[in-house]
Design a protein around this ligand. Structure first.
Ligand code: NDP
Length: 452
């Protein structure tokens, strides 16, 4: 047996064991498969990794916390939600990763997100480990006071597990500036410490970084632009389909417009909007960020250029590039086939794991440039790390400086993934490049730090 096929059979064996040990966690298993399936060449080239049991240790979180979150609604009724924080890997720095509030949250979802975060954070080169947390709380339709009471109850347990040198949460689905504010307030009250570096995504006037709200969407567009550049093209004049209408989607649409492209769709869980003239960002921000409404309201107010399609998926709309920015597994094989039929050139993941494995394989086989989330959406956590740096130094940088750093980091990540893929015999395969490059950085740190 060659060394490479020996590595492949070790990985197959390990994947079977992971499935056995983590039943009923389909999203985590999907993420673990996606990474491990690309690692054979690096394990063959670096046998010391296997000898140190690195992959076995990497797939097991360092710590997992599950807790009760009781809270009262505006009518005094008691609700009980479940809170999670998975501290996956701290070989490169304090655990870092967002909090998600969505009814679909369970341990498997948080583990998938935390696992992805390890490699993503390593790719930024900024000294941050991987973690993720959240709750099955649904903020939709809840008053500000209810969201505040929920956040306070959530932090009343979470505070004992986090800290600027230990674990630094941020936002994700359902957790934006409002929630980070309530969480920070409760942390400060309980600990009696003004510890800015304990959470990122804070308001710009009290320790937040400029460009943090924009960073994930802007970063994904920069990554897509880098993939196109590699093929001798740019974004100017390109039509884009974007899913979602939250933080990532909004700033993706904004950056596309700044670089001369035109986003013609957005969506939420009720359906999607297609707007022939291009999405009017001012109107979308008013509906989603100010009024916390649904996308059909956008279509109603926009006039004849826009149409709301209840329950549909944006991928049926013809476009040159696609930027999924809502949630996991929102783009399947049929959607990929529709995109390919319509001539898509690049797909870049703003969301985490939005494309199913079958969709990814089809896109790659068809020659579409595919940017995996752990590389393409790393701009958010990168600027979070810059927020931590500003907090430590008790200073704040200009928007121009942060955006310059973000641009440099996204271009570096693109180059790293591209070069790593070539080095391991998979030219143009950003999935393999991102997985191996992230893995090598974490694995080398773990190797140096002993069996812990
Ligand atoms: P938001 O909560 O701001 O927005 C989420 C958007 O996606 C909403 O339009 C929401 O619609 C839609 N959505 C969420 N779940 C579903 C679902 N099950 N079905 C259909 N639509 C859904 O979240 P973000 O924009 O922050 O996050 C979007 C994605 O980007 C996530 O995958 C997140 O993990 C990823 N990400 C976010 C980062 C950040 O900095 N915020 C960083 C890196 C990745 P509705 O309101 O109807 O639920």
């Amino acid at each position: 047996m060659t060394t490479r096929s020996a590595s492949t059979s070790t990985l197959d064996h390990l994947l079977t064991e992971i499935e056995h040990r983590n039943p009923a966690q389909p999203e985590f298993l999907q993420a673990a498969h996606e990474v491990l399936e690309t690692l054979a060449p690096v394990l063959a080239a670096r046998p010391e990794y296997a000898e140190a049991g690195l992959v076995e240790r990497l797939v097991e979180p360092e710590r997992q916390v599950i807790f009760r979150v009781p809270w009262q609604d505006d009518r005094g009724r008691v609700h009980v939600n479940r809170g999670f924080r998975v501290e996956f890997n701290s070989a490169l720095g304090p655990y870092k990763g967002g909090l998600r509030f969505h009814p679909s949250v369970d341990l498997g979802v948080i583990k998938f997100l935390g696992f992805e975060q390890i490699f993503k954070n390593a790719l930024t080169g900024l000294g941050i480990g991987g973690g993720k947390g959240g709750s099955d709380f649904d903020p939709h339709g809840r008053s500000d006071a209810e969201v505040m009471r929920f956040c306070q109850s959530f932090m009343t347990e979470l505070y004992r597990h986090i800290g600027e040198h230990t674990d630094v949460p941020a936002g994700d689905i359902g957790v934006g500036g409002r929630e980070i504010g309530y969480l920070f307030g409760q942390y400060r009250r309980i600990t009696n410490r003004w510890e800015a570096g304990v959470l990122t995504g804070k308001g710009a006037g009290w320790g937040g970084s400029l460009i943090r709200p924009e960073a994930t969407g802007y970063g994904n567009v920069l990554f897509a632009a880098a993939m196109l550049r590699e093929r001798g093209e740019d974004l100017e004049g390109q039509t884009a389909v974007v899913s979602g209408s939250g933080n990532v989607a909004i700033y993706t649409i904004e950056k596309l417009a700044a670089l001369g492209a035109n986003a013609v769709t957005c969506s939420d869980s009720s359906g999607y909007v297609v707007d022939e003239k291009g999405i009017d960002l001012g109107l979308l921000k008013q509906v989603k960020e100010v009024e916390r409404g649904r996308v059909d309201t956008y279509a109603e107010r926009r006039g004849s250029s826009a149409r709301f399609v209840p329950g549909g998926r944006v991928w049926e709309v013809p476009a040159d590039i696609a930027l999924p920015s809502a949630t996991q597994n929102e783009l399947d094989e049929n959607d990929a086939a529709a995109l390919i039929r319509n001539g898509v050139k690049a797909v870049s993941e703003g969301a985490n794991m939005p494309a199913t494995p079958e969709a990814v394989h089809l896109l790659q086989r068809s020659g579409v440039a595919f940017g995996p989330g752990k590389a393409a959406n790393a701009g958010g956590v990168a600027v979070s790390a810059l927020e931590m740096a500003q907090n430590h130094a008790r200073t704040s940088w200009t928007a121009a400086r942060v955006e310059e750093e973000l641009t440099r980091i996204m271009n570096d990540i693109h180059t790293t993934c591209h070069e790593t893929a070539e080095r391991y015999g998979a030219p143009g395969d950003y999935v393999t490049g991102a997985n191996i490059a992230g893995f090598e950085r974490v694995a080398d740190a773990m190797l140096a730090q002993g069996v812990i």
